[in-house]
Write a protein that binds this ligand. Structure first.
Ligand code: IMP
Length: 191
């Protein structure tokens, strides 16, 4: 079965190619010859993931999935949430983390979680899957491995931030890997 993943992010493609069994052929946006912009105007992770998957399905009429991830901080009413990628008005991780740490200067409770939503669309169905990692936001940045907010996020049952972990360590408690695993279980069982 051929499935389109509405992304061109090589790391994400690699992650899921490793997780998917041989029954599935994964196609990226580049593979299907799509190089346009996919609208992403939803105000929730669910709405955005579904919007992206539906947009591509309507053009290519092949099974497609899309993901969206947000960092949800309890004391900020679950912000930055859907605005995680461009929280500071830019996509610069340093500026995003600086804005987050400043916004949290009065927060006694530093609980936060990463949440990934995957939306899957075929002619017959629309499904949604979720992966979570609970944790907290560090008082300051630590470590410079990884990407995005890794240096300020400490996952549950760990002392290190994601930025201080190796790729293998991070993979064990990773929201995207968890969402992918629920999704790939569903695919293996259903098709
Ligand atoms: P996306 O939906 O996968 O593009 O993720 C949105 C934003 O969330 C990214 O631009 C990053 O800033 C942040 N993000 C997602 N996953 C991670 C992670 O594993 N570590 C740190 N930041 C992440």
């Amino acid at each position: 079965m051929k499935i389109i993943f509405a992304t061109n992010n090589p790391n994400k493609l690699k992650e899921i190619r490793q997780a998917l069994g041989g029954n599935f052929e994964l196609l990226s946006l580049a593979d299907i010859g799509f190089d346009g912009e996919i609208p992403e105007t939803g105000r929730t992770l669910e709405a955005n993931a579904m919007q992206k998957a539906t947009y591509i399905f309507e053009r290519f009429r092949q099974p497609v999935f899309a993901d969206d991830t947000g960092l949800e901080v309890l004391c900020l009413n679950r912000a930055p949430g859907v605005d995680t990628a461009h929280y500071s008005g830019s996509r610069d991780p340093e500026r995003n983390m600086e804005k987050l740490l400043n916004a949290m200067s009065g927060c006694a409770d530093r609980s936060a979680r990463f949440r990934t939503v995957i939306a899957f669309v075929t002619a017959e169905r629309k499904e949604m899957f979720e992966g979570l990692v609970e944790g907290k936001i560090a008082d300051s940045k630590r470590g410079d491995d990884g990407f995005g907010y890794d240096p300020v996020f400490i996952p549950e049952n760990a002392d290190k931030t994601f930025g201080e972990m190796t790729i293998e360590e991070k993979a064990k408690t990773n929201h995207r890997v968890r969402a992918l695993s629920v999704f790939t279980d569903f695919l293996e069982k259903t098709f």
